[in-house]
Design a protein around this ligand. Sequence first.
Ligand code: UDP
Length: 329
Amino acid sequence: MSMQHVLVTGGAGYIGAHACKALRNAGFVPVVYDNFSTGWKQAVKFGPVEEGDLLDRATLDHAFAKWRPVAVMHFAALSLVGESMKDPSKYWRTNVMAGLNLIEAAIAAGCLNFVFSSTCATYGDQDGVVLDEATPQFPINAYGGSKRAIEDMLRDFRASHGLQSVIFRYFNVAGADPEAEVGEQHVPETHLIPLMLDAIAGKRPALTVFGSDYPTPDGTCVRDYVHVSDLVDAHVLGLKWLLDGKGSEVFCLGSGNGFSVREVIAQSRAVTNRDVPIIEGARRPGDAAKLVSGSVKAVETLGWQPKRSDLRQMIGDAWRWHQTGSYDY
Ligand code: UDP
């Protein structure tokens, strides 16, 4: 039997590149589809690549015709809460129009299995609510809004065309490939853990804590961090779920544990045995006080077994990547 191909949009980005490694290890051929606007050529290591934009339907159709993928994994998106608050049209255009184009191209090619990276940012700020698959979604930023819109599209095209999807709502993805073949690197960097490691390594003067007056135990935002390797393992299970004909589902992917910004800083000091210079700054618009998964569905239904999602392990793997594996540019 010839090997099954999977079209991985955003496969040169942080999570997409880890997904490609997991797919390759599971016996699939990951075909990266990326416009390299934020992705890295050096992150494409586990299969072929088609350079293209999701808004370019002809290139997309060509990729489907050439590789005949059994499924799409759609990671390509803008994903910054702060930027989405300042420039919502960028998010509504890039994420939503690209998503529609991709769905239409997949259906036209007869590829009816779709794994989608969504986000806990679709829930908004729901104080005291346990966030799981049944929680209603009230996004408070354009990033979350654009992801929810694609979730809605997937439901509509399931009804009209039989498109089957596994939607994963990620909490905060962190860490790096334990073998440091790929890792987290953004330009500009905006995420807490890589910025903190930069500050620890002396590449930035300090880390700014965005808000210390939230209604949380220590006043800083609480997030649920999940290891990128565990997260992409769930994607392979989701893909197999679809290929087994089990149908559309939504799964939250988090560890179920909440850590404040201050707790992440403390753990980073412990892991690296170095100090982190801190500046107490203002809140970042669009941030919810607390986002923690209350879901066990991925574990119970999909058979997901997170292995590396404790904070020490995630920061340790991120630190190893930061020191030994970063991409050159
Ligand atoms: N954060 C911070 N300083 C930074 C970057 C992030 O205090 O320089 C906080 C941010 O307000 C949020 C948490 O760290 O509460 C995680 O932010 P990140 O951007 O990593 O992920 P997001 O929650 O936006 O997906």
